[in-house]
Write a protein that binds this ligand. Structure first.
Ligand code: SF4
Length: 419
């Protein structure tokens, strides 16, 4: 095992890291000048691969002048388990309905009836699916507001007229249709029960539900999750655990900067690790940063700082079992995602051809070329994955009829074969 001193010195020599740190005004302090208590804790991590909650909390206090030591250890942990591969998927996002019974203070997605269509129709779903396949996407990301049928009779009647009993029922049906088009659905329904998950598993190789935060305090009046029954942490933990019982490869994660404190942030990551230790099905956690936008209730609330993100990502890498993939959404971190790669991230999420960057139908992926060039400047290699990660491409996790389809897309590494 390499010493902390050597890990840090090697980290300082990583390709182009000095200019990256300089451009973000992050100093790289000499090892001898770093606070001994941080050195002792990180040495303990290297020896035991484990840290108590109290010691993790001490690391949350690291100042910007010393955070490079934490990054060096997280980067080393990522390198040992994932090498220099950074993954992403080519996806298209289908917001099946933007109606929602919750009222998150940071929401930019929800609409009320009359402000837009009640739902995306099956014809529109199929049209987007065919276009996505034509453009080379392998993932169809289905999202929806949470259980709008509980609040809006007009929506419930609409679903009923189409032959569906719930948003889950509709999303499952659309997933089945899309799978037949040779693209893989990845559904983010929200809270789901066991029978819904069993049905989803028959068409989705993987699914997702963010934990967001373990904090029940955020459900109090004036807080981000006030009047959001679907954000009750125990309900979300139950869905993620049910998925574990069913061996469904699962994407989860946390949302940071929505009013939670460091204790709650660390407890959220520890909870995801606890669930994964029980079931082993959490393929990925996303560290998503709150992004204030005009017009939302939290418009005046500050976004998390770069230092907050670096520490959250690095500590997630130390807490989570090495097999778990860690993602930051590059669209929310377009100037900082390389800092997060050097903090332990190994995935940059879904990239869609249908964005403002989409100008040339002959070359619909300019963002991928950009990402590929950027990460290769730092010595990393970009690979496309399916919505389900290579580690989960087996009949232990995926229905055989989906696995058979998936195998047509991948090479022996489990990543999408280069054409
Ligand atoms: S769950 Fe919250 S963030 Fe998601 S659509 Fe509903 S209100 Fe918006």
């Amino acid at each position: 095992m390499m010493s902390l001193f050597n890990i840090y010195n090697n980290f300082k020599k990583e390709k182009n890291i000095k200019s990256l740190f300089d451009s973000h005004s992050i100093p790289i302090r000499d090892y001898d000048l770093i606070d001994k208590k941080y050195i002792e804790i990180l040495e303990e991590y290297l020896n035991t691969q484990n840290l108590s909650r109290d010691k993790l909390m001490v690391l949350t206090k690291m100042p910007i002048e010393e955070v490079s030591l934490l990054m060096a250890v997280a980067n080393d942990t990522r390198e040992n388990s994932k090498g220099n591969l950074i993954s992403f998927s080519k996806n298209v996002f289908i917001p099946l309905t933007q109606l929602c019974r919750d009222q998150c203070s940071y929401c930019t997605f929800k609409i009320e009836p009359g402000e837009g269509p009640l739902l995306v129709t099956p014809e529109e779903v199929l049209k987007s699916t065919k276009k996505a396949v034509e453009l080379g996407c392998t993932e169809l990301l289905f999202v929806s507001g949470d259980k709008p049928e509980k609040n809006y009779d007009i929506y419930k009647e609409k679903l009923k007229s189409m032959g569906y009993t719930s948003t889950a029922d509709y999303m499952i049906s659309m997933s089945e249709i899309c799978l037949e088009e040779n693209i893989f659905p990845h559904s983010n329904l929200g809270i789901a029960n066991q029978s819904e998950l069993i049905r989803f598993k028959n068409s989705n190789p993987s699914m997702g539900l963010m934990l967001e935060s373990i904090s029940e305090r955020l459900m109090d009046p004036g807080m981000a999750h006030f009047r959001c029954p679907d954000k009750y942490p125990k309900a979300r933990i139950k869905t993620i655990s049910l998925a574990g019982e069913l061996n469904i490869p699962w994407t989860s994660g946390i949302l940071i900067g929505i009013g939670e404190n460091w204790d709650e942030r660390i407890d959220s990551i520890l909870e995801l690790n606890r669930i994964n230790n029980l079931y082993g099905h959490i393929q990925e956690i996303i560290i998503q940063n709150f992004n204030p936008k005009p017009g939302i209730k939290m418009e005046g609330h500050p976004a998390p700082t770069d230092l907050d993100m670096i520490k959250t990502v690095s500590l997630s890498r130390l807490i989570m079992s090495n097999s778990v993939n860690i993602q930051v959404p590059p669209n929310l971190n377009s100037k900082t995602y390389m800092l997060h790669v050097f903090s332990g991230v190994n995935d940059l999420g879904g990239v869609s051809p249908i964005t403002i960057d989409y100008v040339n139908p002959e070359s619909p992926w300019p963002q991928i070329d950009l990402m590929k060039n950027t990460i290769s400047e730092f010595g990393f290699h970009l690979r496309e994955r399916l919505p389900v990660y290579p580690e989960y491409l087996s009949s232990d996790y995926i229905e055989d009829h989906i696995l058979g389809r998936a195998k047509k897309f991948i090479d022996k590494t489990g990543f999408v074969a280069d054409n």
